[in-house]
Every structure is written in structure tokens, then in C-alpha cells.
Design a protein around this ligand. Structure first.
Ligand SMILES: Nc1ncnc2c1ncn2[C@@H]1O[C@H](COP(=O)(O)OP(=O)(O)OP(=O)(O)O)[C@@H](O)[C@H]1O
Ligand SMILES: [Mg+2]
Length: 230
């Protein structure tokens, strides 16, 4: 597969524009954004509130469509996919970690982690083994039976990361995954993401406001007013 070429780009973004509204009140959230993300690296996306980080992450992950431009992830042109293609992309290649964790409250931690594996129709025994492994990876081996409300914020975010990794995605997109956490817990969540870049070989694109987090990234990409600094 194209993305397995070590050092090649896993993500290619070219000439992306995205506006909201029209006329004089239009907001130009992204203005001619182009960049690559090298496979197997962690890229931190930073910039002031409103600079376009979330808009960009949503477009890279196929949650939103640009007005112009192209996005290619692991050889698939995201911007050319229909709804079926996009669901398949999200099932097979791209996983999200949201600022608000996004766990299903009535499910235990283990059940939450297993959701993408159920969607992939992995047999039960194999699924349970993988869930156990993932919970261990994020340091929550003893917390699998707890529901999100019975876990701390940092633990919930680690469950969300385990879930994101469950189906072995090529790309993990994380939008301010530490925004709701104290500095120390946030750092441990970022360190965990950093670790899976090495151990699972995934590529991580993460937005953050925390300068401390940037030190962990292979590359810091700055956004200003809808544009990515060269
Ligand atoms: N659905 C929308 N409708 C209208 N305007 C939007 C919409 N989504 C984003 N915007 C505007 O686009 C610009 C970029 O927003 P975006 O959410 O991408 O910023 P951000 O860098 O993620 O900010 P933050 O750090 O606060 O999360 C902002 O001016 C915002 O108001
Ligand atoms: Mg945002």
C-alpha cells in the first residue's frame, strides 16, 4: 500500500479552501491550504482560536467537504469519495479522538474500545483479546468494566485513544485531545499518542494549544487566519 512507503506522505493536502456563509459576512476558515504529513510521524497543528484547526482536521478526515482543493489519505482521495466511501475510510483508515472524549456512556470502557472491532465484524474471542491488549497499552487493564462516568477525564481520554487505535487505522486525527485535562494528565495523554506512533506505526495529526505538547511532535505546523505557515 502506498502509505507503507517509509518517509513518504500519508496525507497530502492541496489548495484547500473552506468558507462559511456568503457575501460580506462570509468567514474564510481555510484559504489555500497545502501540506503533507509524512507517514509514521506526529504532527502538531497549532494556532489561535478561530485560525481554522478544527475545520482543517474535519476536512482531512472526511467529516466536512472543502469548497476547493484535494485531500489524499493513504492513497485514497478523500475529497472524491461518496458517503459509502467516506464511511469505509473512517472504518478502515482514519480514527478520531475528540476533545470531549465521545465515549458511549452506557458501555463499559472495554465495550467502548470494542466498537470499531464490532463494526469490522471481528470474531468475539479475537475482539476480546485485542480490547484487552489495547486497554493494557493505555494503562487501563484494570478498568475495563468501568463506565465512562466512573473514570477520570484522563482515563476517559485514554479509553478514547484505545478505541481510536482498535481497528489499526493508518491515521489518527485528534482535535485538542487534552483540552479538558489538567497539564500533567494532558501530557501523559500526549506521551501516549507519541508512543503509539512508535509502537503501532500510525501517523498522528493533532491540534493543541499547549506549547509543552509541541515538544513531543516531530513537526509543528502553525495556522494563522486560515493559512498554514510555510
Ligand atoms: N459551521 C460553521 N459555520 C460558520 N462558521 C464556522 C463554522 N465552523 C467554523 N467556523 C468559523 O471558521 C473559523 C475557523 O474555525 P475553527 O473551528 O476551525 O477554528 P479553530 O482553530 O479550531 O479554533 P479553536 O482553537 O477555538 O478550536 C472561525 O472563524 C469559525 O467561527
Ligand atoms: Mg477547534
Amino acid at each position: 500500500m502506498s502509505g507503507d512507503l517509509a518517509g513518504g506522505p500519508l496525507v497530502t493536502v492541496r489548495g484547500v479552501h473552506r468558507s462559511f456563509g456568503s457575501g460580506p459576512t462570509a468567514v474564510h476558515a481555510l484559504r489555500d491550504v497545502s501540506f503533507d504529513v509524512t507517514a509514521g510521524t506526529m504532527v502538531a497543528l497549532v494556532g489561535r482560536s478561530g485560525s481554522g484547526k478544527t475545520t482543517l482536521l474535519n476536512i482531512v478526515g472526511g467529516l466536512d467537504h472543502p469548497d476547493a482543493g484535494t485531500v489524499v489519505v493513504d492513497g485514497a482521495e478523500v475529497t472524491g469519495l461518496d458517503d459509502d466511501g467516506l464511511s469505509q475510510l473512517r472504518r478502515a483508515k482514519v480514527a478520531y479522538v475528540f476533545q470531549t472524549f465521545g465515549l458511549i456512556p452506557v458501555m463499559t470502557a472495554a465495550e467502548n474500545v470494542g466498537v470499531p472491532l464490532r463494526l469490522a465484524r471481528m470474531p468475539t474471542a479475537e475482539r476480546e483479546r485485542r480490547v484487552e491488549l489495547l486497554l493494557e497499552l493505555v494503562g487501563l487493564a484494570d478498568h475495563g468494566e468501568q463506565r465512562p462516568a466512573e473514570l477520570s477525564g484522563g482515563q476517559q481520554q485514554r479509553v478514547a485513544i484505545a478505541r481510536a487505535l482498535a481497528a489499526s487505522p493508518r491515521l489518527v486525527i485528534a482535535d485538542e485531545p487534552t483540552g479538558q485535562l489538567d497539564a500533567e494528565t494532558g501530557l501523559s495523554v500526549m506521551a501516549l499518542l507519541r508512543g503509539v506512533v512508535e509502537s503501532e506505526g500510525v501517523t498522528v495529526l493533532v491540534s493543541t494549544h499547549d506549547p509543552v505538547m509541541m515538544a513531543l511532535a516531530d513537526r509543528v505546523m502553525r495556522m494563522h487566519d486560515g493559512q498554514v505557515d510555510p
